[in-house]
Design a binder for this molecule. Structure first.
Ligand SMILES: *Cc1c(COP(=O)(O)O)cnc(C)c1O
Length: 372
């Protein structure tokens, strides 16, 4: 079986450190707040090259809190890519703003700056730049649009821990960056977790207060916030995993390079590309083909697990019926029927990758369009 994700084998490879971290937190009863959370915030900020890190409950909360901290005018329009997980847009509506979808670029699957420009109106206040699949957005173009139109940028880095854009790690290139530590992410906790990064001290302070009932001191609440926190066990687990993250991302890139070489001449497939001056975090390795469902079934029948990210573009979801026009983001809506995520991760051997690539070649060679 070629697994899509193998958290058990990752745990086995670092079991002693994880078990010790958990035992320490329990012995210290450092369940909420405390030194493990503080140390994780420091180490993660340093790893992502940001000045401030606020650990929160999950990646969805992180986006909501970041948006709230920006204090946009109520009802502002916020531009979100049409191809993403619903958290990217949900956070906009939840914080009282209006979602406006923009299409993604067919090469990088991240926001197409030209379409973002078309979607800007006088009511636009922010852009959610999702570094989807681990590939950084075209930040220079988005920053340029933001400067020209007075917009804020929240980077949704839930899939992009460790990704670089022109020599900088993602997360503090825009105003605020948000992360998820959902177990299956490149840096995953053993439960829920999230973080917000920023180089802006006052925005960071506001995020920290919102996540902690609007307070800085115990019972001194300056405003109503909410409760969203990373717990001590998750912080200690993440601290034990963080030193391995770059090695795991390198392993993902090695798998990606092997797929790219092995599938380069495969007809009927669109392969992911890597923009110059970027380090792709390869949370997902996504190919595109008109025979997606048949290929996924063929791989499944041959003991290869795959995924689809995402089967329905956000504007086409029932959740946005009457609020979004799927026709306004044609590439994302059409691509949702063709995207297929192949297994990727440090759990794969070169033989596994070769087997997957060989199966894909065999399947595609039997397709009529392969010969056209
Ligand atoms: C996983 C994910 C989120 C949400 O993170 P949670 O921790 O599950 O709330 C947000 N955006 C994107 C792009 C994601 O992949």
């Amino acid at each position: 079986m070629v697994k899509f994700l193998d958290l058990a084998s990752q745990y086995q490879s670092i079991k002693a450190d994880i078990d010790a971290a958990i035992a320490t937190v329990i012995a210290e009863t450092a369940f909420i707040g405390g030194k493990h959370v503080a140390r994780f915030e420091e180490d993660f900020a340093q790893y992502q090259q940001a000045q401030h890190c606020i650990a929160v409950g999950n990646g969805t909360d992180a986006i909501e809190i970041a948006l709230e901290a920006l204090q946009l005018a109520p009802g502002s329009e916020v531009i979100v890519p049409a191809n993403s997980f619903i958290a990217s847009s949900e956070a906009v509506s939840r914080s009282g703003h209006r979602v406006v979808f923009a299409d993604v670029d067919p090469q990088s699957y991240t926001l197409d700056p030209a379409d973002v420009a078309r979607k800007i109106t006088p009511a636009t206040a922010a852009i959610i730049a999702v570094h989807l699949y681990g590939h950084p957005c075209d930040m220079d173009s988005l920053l340029e649009l933001a400067r020209a139109h007075g917009l804020r940028i929240v980077e949704d880095c839930a899939q992009a821990h460790g990704a670089h854009y022109k020599g900088r790690r993602v997360g503090a290139i825009g105003d605020l960056g948000t992360f998820s530590f959902y177990p299956g992410k490149n840096l995953g906790a053993y439960g829920d977790g999230g973080a917000i990064l920023s180089n802006d001290a006052s925005l960071a302070r506001r995020c920290r207060m919102i996540a902690n009932h609007g307070r800085i001191e115990k019972y001194n609440h300056e405003f109503e916030g909410r409760n969203s926190r990373l717990d001590g066990l998750q912080a200690a687990i993440l601290l034990a995993k963080l030193p391995h993250l770059d090695g795991w991302i390198d392993a993902r890139n090695a798998v990606a390079r092997q797929y790219l070489a092995a599938l380069a001449d495969c007809p009927g497939l669109a392969l992911p590309s890597i923009a110059p001056d970027c380090r792709h975090a390869f949370h997902l390795f996504v190919i595109r083909t008109g025979q997606r469902d048949q290929l996924a079934k063929y791989l499944g029948d041959n003991a290869v697990q795959t995924g689809i990210h995402y089967p329905i573009a956000l504007p086409a979801l029932q959740a946005y019926a009457g609020r979004a026009l799927p026709d306004a983001t044609p590439f994302s809506v059409a691509a949702a029927k063709e995207l297929l995520s192949l297994p990727i991760g440090e759990h794969l051997s070169a033989d596994d990758v070769e087997r997957v690539a060989r199966l894909i070649h065999t399947f595609m060679a039997a397709q009529p369009q392969a010969h056209s």
